[in-house]
Design a protein around this ligand. Structure first.
Ligand code: ADP
Ligand code: MG
Length: 904
């Protein structure tokens, strides 16, 4: 009979595995927005989004409401992470009637305890208001860290007018009634969260909290985007599982025994908290009592003696159960416990009672392990890890009552979640110290948030800022187009002598050169009936050549052309050549372009002020190369517009967002005061990268932009470009990160020598870092990539560091896209007005790796443009090799028009 009862209480590993599975389902249900309301495991958000990093410092108060006590603590955190905090505490007895009376009386009582305590530890008025963490071990629906409504009382409390009310407000109001009590309630949490937070160890945060006390509950750091009941999805958030209710929908039916049914029926709320009633200290003694009562009634124990005492509720205490299971003192304990109940146990009775106690405790620990395994597996899966290492903070009288509980918990958890390595960390001081830490973390994060917002505020542009930039761009465009005011404008508005976009009838073979991008290329472009075909070679331009003499640069170009012609079997043929030369030039004709200034890292001497076609021809002479027929010099923006224009006739704008940024568009000749003629249109190369070089954008520039600018080879020049393009965005981010490190907000203030290195933070990192959950598959994976990037920079980034770095990148790239949109808005609106249209439909041909590769740039650009130029419908077309194909098409259009007109 004893064996039979023991068997009923024994759970196989398969059963526990199934319990774990049900728990996982219940957790998923609790997290999902749709099913949250019906879920048994409620997965309540706690608004705790960060574990301590050891830098938390200062004095904190804690008030903990317990079943029969109010506990107050004064905690001084040293801020160096290693030393343990200093604690002063006091326990106040709470009269029973307080827990059954009015809510106001309860909170007044708590406030009075706090005041008394404060008078004891801090006789003089404190200098400033003290922050307080409130440990309130009941289920609350939290809306913020410092706001939470009590859902229902439990644990014997029945105060009126508290359910459905914000308990932080109630406590704060009660505190404010007390004189000399300058305290702010900063954080509300339950004891599970406090346990988790008190167990964070050096170098490895504790991300799971587990309490096995009179009741049982757990919490863990969930991926923010999984917590669907909260809007904010970045990073992580601690979720209070409230797993005591697990099984209330019948999920535990194959675990429950008749003894459990008895315990449940006799409890205050039958049918509720079925999981807790198998594990919590309020019930373990009761389960044992029911088993013994049944065995005694069947005559299997106590020789059939009177067992009336075993029919009385709560005669067997959980504390006694935990002492009886001990290998050494257990049997003696069993005997004295039974004797105290007036029973006369035999030697064998004592053995049997010990076995029953062990079975009940083992089952409780096993079920607890199934729950913990579910949490760990959930974390492992949602973080897309193959293995998870986690510290689990544990506390509570049942856990502490006997080492056996923890041993079983650890062993079974390992069996049920073999992919997870959980280390159980006993909480030194349960909720109390943890609550101080939560409060400290909350204050640290709030201070950091203010600092981050202050730092990033200048980068955040509002609609009014963008409209102003648009208006300024428009103004500068007008200045630049006018012969008399051209010199005052920072936007040069250079005529390109390109008069029309392709019409599709162009034919022939052409050579093209592309200089001014990341690579120098030579191409042969065949424009035929069936479209455009190209072959190309990339040639390196050594830094020494880029920054040497002009002659050497153009000699090098000729060498490359010769090599290319040899490789392509074109030696001896004279093909019309289009030259994409992506630097600001004053163009005097289609094949005459005077270099105004170098940009993008070029600085070859003796070139500024000279015609680049002439320099190319002279180099050909020097090199004895006589097969060169340069018909057109084009800017890469023009090439981009032309190559997209070949596919889409409404493409009349070219845009580049790559190493640099620039744009061109088709302007009415009558508006172009700087070129002869009034008829038709001409493509204008805006050279908008220099926008602002005359100071008109000075109030947009931030300190970070100024730092970036100072370190370039052209300080004060290309100011607009330096806010937008690939050559600079990474540097802007780097300077912001340095500022955040200096303020001890990032990387715990630890400086990284690598981060001090110029250009170490590449713009392509922004693309990787800003990949959202959708691109990366999940936010966890996305943030792992962030940390991967930072790791390569030898930065030891915490999870929160990753979130912050991403925010910085987002601010920088968003601003770039918005400014680019403001510039384009000025262009499309001007085109619409010049053409006298109410609505303009136009296509922009775009090139540049930043535009093409960044996950959000184009989206932000298009959305902002729509806002700024609502009367224009703008389509974006990515150019495929715009600078190569485009240059050939300019040459082709030129040849087509020249043939049509016949010889001059
Ligand atoms: P160019 O403008 O010189 O013709 P690209 O259009 O290829 O050349 O642009 C190169 C620039 O693009 C580089 O400055 C680099 O910072 C940036 N870049 C490269 N890869 C990426 C990426 N994945 N995301 C964003 N920017 C990138
Ligand atoms: Mg390019």
């Amino acid at each position: 009979q004893v064996q039979g009862a023991l068997l009923e209480l024994t759970l196989s590993l398969e059963t526990l595995q199934a319990v774990k599975g049900h728990m996982l389902e219940a957790m998923a249900k609790g997290l999902s927005r749709q099913t949250h309301a019906q879920a048994t495991v409620r997965m309540l958000p706690t608004y705790i989004c960060s574990t301590p990093d050891g830098t938390e410092k200062g004095d904190f108060l804690v008030v903990e409401l317990r079943r029969r006590h109010v506990r107050t603590l004064w905690v001084t955190l040293p801020g160096d992470g290693n030393q343990s905090p200093q604690l002063k505490e006091r326990l106040f007895d709470m009269p029973e009637d307080i827990t059954q009376g009015k809510g106001e009386a309860l909170f007044d009582f708590i406030a009075r305890c706090l005041c008394q305590f404060l008078e004891g530890v801090c006789p003089s008025e404190p200098q400033q208001r003290l922050p307080l963490g409130f440990v309130f071990p009941f289920s609350c629906r939290q809306m913020r860290l410092d706001q939470g409504e009590l859902i229902t009382w439990s644990k014997g409390f029945h105060c009126s007018e508290v359910e459905g009310h914000d308990v932080v407000q109630l406590l704060q109001a009660a505190i404010d009634k007390q004189e000399r009590c300058q305290v702010d309630v900063v954080a509300l949490m339950n004891n599970t969260v406090g346990t988790m937070m008190s167990c964070s160890m050096e170098g490895m945060p504790c991300e799971v909290g587990l309490v096995i006390d009179v009741g049982t509950n757990s919490c863990f750091m969930a991926e923010g985007w999984h917590v669907e009941t909260v809007e904010e999805t970045s990073g992580r958030m601690c979720v209070n599982t409230e797993w005591g209710f697990f099984g209330d929908d019948g999920a535990l039916s194959n675990v429950l025994t008749p003894y459990d049914q008895c315990v449940d029926q006799e409890s205050a709320k039958p049918g509720e908290k079925r999981f807790e009633k198998l594990i919590g200290g309020l019930y373990l003694g009761e389960i044992v009592r029911h088993v013994l009562a049944k065995l005694a009634a069947e005559g299997a124990l106590f020789g059939g003696d009177s067992i009336a005492i075993l029919e009385t509720k709560d005669t067997f205490k959980t504390q006694q159960v935990l002492e009886i299971i001990d290998d050494e003192a257990g049997l003696a304990m069993a005997r004295s416990t039974l004797q105290a109940l007036g029973l006369a146990p035999s030697e064998q009775d004592c053995c049997h009672v010990q076995q029953v106690c062990r079975a009940v405790v083992t089952r409780a620990a096993g079920l607890c392990a199934a729950g913990l395994a579910a949490i760990l597996s959930h974390m492992c899966q949602s973080r897309e890890l193959e293995q998870l290492k986690a510290n689990v903070g544990v506390d509570g009288a049942v856990y502490r009552g006997h080492a056996r509980f923890g041993e079983i918990l650890q062993r079974i958890t390992k069996l049920l979640a073999p992919e997870c390595m959980a280390t159980l960390v006993p909480s030194a001081d349960g909720g109390g110290r943890g609550a101080a830490v939560v409060t400290a973390v909350a204050l640290r994060l709030a201070a950091q948030r203010r600092e981050v917002d202050r730092l990033l505020a200048p980068l955040r542009l509002g609609p009014a800022d963008l409209q102003r930039v648009q208006a300024l761009m428009r103004w500068e465009m007008e200045l630049g187009l006018n012969q008399d005011t051209n010199a005052q404008s920072s936007v040069r508005m250079l005529p390109t002598y390109v008069r029309s976009t392709p019409d599709g009838t162009e034919r022939g073979d052409f050579l093209a050169l592309d200089l001014g991008g990341t690579n120098f290329r030579v191409l042969v472009v065949r424009v035929g009936q069936d479209g455009v075909h190209m072959a190309s070679e990339i040639y390196a331009i050594p830094l020494a050549v880029m920054q040497g003499t002009g002659e050497a640069l153009f000699d090098h170009i000729i060498d490359c052309i010769v090599d290319f012609q040899q490789k392509q079997g074109l030696t001896g043929q004279v093909l019309p050549l289009g030259f994409t030369f992506s630097f600001p030039c004053q163009q005097l004709g289609l094949d005459k372009a005077v270099l105004l200034s170098w940009t993008k890292g070029f600085s070859a001497s003796g070139c500024v002020g000279k015609d680049v076609v002439q320099m190319l021809r002279e180099a050909a002479q020097r090199k004895q190369h006589f097969g060169l027929d340069v018909v057109a010099v084009v800017n890469d923006t023009v090439g981009t517009m032309m190559s997209c224009g070949y596919d889409d006739p409404s493409c009349e704008i070219g845009l580049i967002v790559g190493t640099g940024t620039n744009a061109c568009y088709m302007e009415e000749m009558q508006n172009v005061g700087t070129a002869e003629g009034e008829q038709g249109r001409m493509c204008i190369n805006m050279e908008w990268g220099a926008f602002g070089d005359n100071g008109c954008l000075d109030d947009i520039f931030t300190d970070f932009d100024r730092l970036v600018d100072e370190k370039t080879i052209n300080p004060g020049k290309q100011r607009f470009e330096k806010l937008i393009s690939g050559m600079y965005l990474g540097e802007i981010v780097r300077y912001i990160l340095l500022a955040l490190v200096e303020k001890h907000i990032l990387f715990r203030g630890k400086p990284s020598p690598k981060l001090q290195t110029r250009d170490i933070f590449q713009t392509k990192f922004l693309s990787t870092i800003e990949m959202g959950p959708r691109c990366a598959g999940s936010d966890g994976l996305a943030l792992r990539q962030v940390r991967g990037v930072l790791h390569d920079l030898e930065l030891d980034a915490s999870f929160e560091d990753g979130v912050l770095v991403r925010e910085v990148c987002q601010a920088v790239s968003l601003r770039a896209a918005q400014l680019c949109a403001a510039g384009l808005a000025a262009v499309v609106e001007k085109m619409r007005e010049s053409r006298g249209l109410a609505q303009l439909a136009v296509t922009v041909g775009v090139d540049g790796t930043l535009y093409k590769m960044h996950p959000r740039f184009s989206q932000h650009l298009q959305r902002t443009l729509q806002d700024l130029a609502p009367n224009c419908t703008v389509t974006f077309l990515q150019s495929e090799d715009g600078s190569g194909k485009g240059a050939a098409l300019v040459a082709a259009v030129h040849c087509r028009v020249a043939q049509a007109q016949g010889p001059p």
